[in-house]
Design a protein around this ligand. Structure first.
Ligand code: SAH
Ligand code: SF4
Length: 346
């Protein structure tokens, strides 16, 4: 895969193109702050230079191939992007009141293969580059649906971010750059299925980016069934990494819990989760499962989901129960992409 200009920070961009530093900065601002990806619209650059750049550089990676707007949750939309090599990835913009959250992908597919997740089904193709990751957020942020608001960014689309650690870090540096979108690090969350070495490395980063851990089960038997990575990094090892993170980074973490009917929705599950969350002052995010065609899982009914949350509350856990968002456009993890592929191959 070839680089595009959107992969570089201003300094590297100037070096790559053999331009002056201020010119590198100007181009970076067009790409990352304004979301302008064609040279002809970069009006503070001379015509001659634009023509020269056009002949020797590719500004961006993504081409929009599908945009679905949710009818049930207006303002929530999902984009499918085609990459240079023909692979596709997706991003979601979620609207909840005043809040705008952009969910981006870090890999094409995912090798972790969690048993309930649509992304795992189609296997792993490749890592995304820093620009391929950041450009998803930039294009979503400059879209009219944002109404000028600053988004929260979550690395919860396709892929396991900590299996593409360096590019994810570089993409965050692009998104937080003051000549780019300048998104506050606290507004960015990286979600991992439990790649313990990544948690240790993340703890060393000199920033306020948040960490979310996809726990889903609080004992090894259940968790290994749901998240195969648990066999490599079982809960005790994972919690050692989390504790190291808490000590070194000093920031609260979130535990994600995709609530699956009859699998991880009992009082005992809630108790085991509380035993992990409470001593670590973790915030728990319970997400009713978004059903995936062909997989044997479903979401509990509303009352059972609320009872699960209430039990955690009763134990003193900080918890939110997410509303289903954009189910009608399959706005969870890899599903729309599969549908587009099925459509394309039929
Ligand atoms: N690979 C990373 C980040 C991407 S998945 C991770 O697993 O954390 C983002 C979140 O969506 C994870 O918590 C994942 O378990 C959850 N998820 C995946 N498929 C889902 C589905 N169908 N319904 C609800 N949550 C799902
Ligand atoms: Fe990969 Fe996350 Fe899906 Fe698991 S839940 S298969 S880690 S994307």
């Amino acid at each position: 895969m070839q680089n595009a200009l959107v992969d570089f920070d201003p300094k590297a961009l100037a070096e790559h193109l053999e331009l002056k530093p201020f010119q590198g900065r100007q181009i970076f601002q067009w790409l990352h702050q304004k979301g302008v990806f064609d040279f002809d619209s970069m009006t503070n650059i001379s015509k001659a230079m634009r023509a020269d750049l056009k002949s020797r550089a590719r500004p961006s990676h993504l081409e929009l191939v599908h945009l679905a707007e949710s009818k049930k949750s207006p303002g929530t939309r999902k984009a499918v992007w085609r990459l240079q090599d023909g692979e596709t990835v997706e991003s979601v913009l979620i609207r909840e009141g005043e809040r705008r959250t952009i969910c981006i992908s870090s890999q094409v597919g995912c090798a972790v293969k969690c048993s309930f997740c649509a992304t795992g089904i189609s296997g792993f193709q490749r890592n995304l580059s820093p620009g391929e990751i950041a450009e998803q957020a930039t294009r979503m942020t400059v879209s009219d649906a944002m109404e000028g608001r600053t988004p929260n960014i979550v690395y919860m689309g396709m892929g396991e971010p900590f299996r593409n650690f360096d590019n994810v870090v570089a993409s965050i540096q692009l998104l937080t750059h003051r000549d780019g979108l300048g998104i506050g690090a606290r507004k960015i969350t990286v979600s991992t299925a439990g790649e313990a070495p990544g948690i240790y490395a993340f703890a060393e980063m000199p920033w306020q980016v948040r960490l979310s851990l996809s726990l889903h089960a609080a004992n090894d038997v259940k968790r290994s069934e749901l998240v195969p990575l648990n066999k490599k990094y079982p809960i005790a090892k994972l919690l050692a990494a989390v504790d190291y993170y808490l000590e070194h980074a000093g920031r609260q973490i979130t535990l994600e819990w995709a609530l699956l009917r009859g699998v991880n929705d009992t009082k005992q599950d809630a108790n085991e989760l509380a035993d992990i969350a409470l001593p670590r002052r973790a915030f728990v995010n319970v997400i009713p499962y978004n059903p995936v065609a062909g997989l044997p899982y479903s979401a509990p009914d509303r009352n059972s989901a609320a009872a699960f949350r209430d039990h955690l509350l009763h134990r003193g856990v900080q918890v939110t129960l997410r509303k289903e968002q954009g189910q009608d456009i399959d706005a969870a993890c890899g599903q729309l992409r599969r549908r587009v592929e099925e459509f394309a191959s039929s």
